[in-house]
Design a protein around this ligand. Sequence first.
Ligand code: RBF
Length: 158
Amino acid sequence: MATALKNLSDYSAAQFIDISEKKFGLVVAEWNRAITDVLSQGAYETLLQHGAKPENVFRNTVPGSFELTLGAQLLAQHEEIDAVICLGVVIKGETKHDDYICHAVAQGLTNVGLKFNKPVIFGLVTTNTEEQAWDRAGGKHGNKGVEAAVTAIQMLGF
Ligand code: RBF
C-alpha cells in the first residue's frame, strides 16, 4: 500500500485524458547525465505510451538542475506548450550546494507553474548517494521520470 501512495511508477491510466494533441516540454539537467538520461527516457516513453506524439514532445537540456527553472520558463511561456516536465539529479556533497539548488528549483518551478497557469513538474531526484539516485532511475524505487510524466498527464486532466 505504501508503494501505491509513494511510487507513481505503478499507476493506473484508467482516468487519463486524451493527450494525443497535447504538447510537452521536457527539460533535463546534464549534471549526473547518465542518471538523468534514464529519467528522461522514462518520461518520454511514458508520454508516448499514453498517446503523445513524438513531434509534440520538446526535449531540451540545461547544464545543471539550477538551470531547470529558466529552462522551464522559456518553454512554458509558449502558449502551445501544455505542460513542462523538469528532470535533474542532485546528490549531496560536502557542502550545502544541494540545499540551495533544491530549494531554488522547488521555488522556481512553483513560480513558473503559477505564472503560466500550467503544470510544471518537479522531477528532481535529491539523494545522499549516487546509489540512491539510481534506485530512483529504474531501480527499486521506480523511475521518477515516469512518475513526472504521469503527474503531468494527471494535472492536464485536472
Ligand atoms: N547540478 C545538478 O544538477 N546536480 C548536482 O548534484 C550539482 N552539484 C553541484 C555542486 C556544486 C558545488 C556546484 C557549484 C554546482 C552543482 N550543480 C549541480 C550545478 C548547478 O545546478 C548549476 O548548473 C551551476 O551552479 C551553474 O549555475
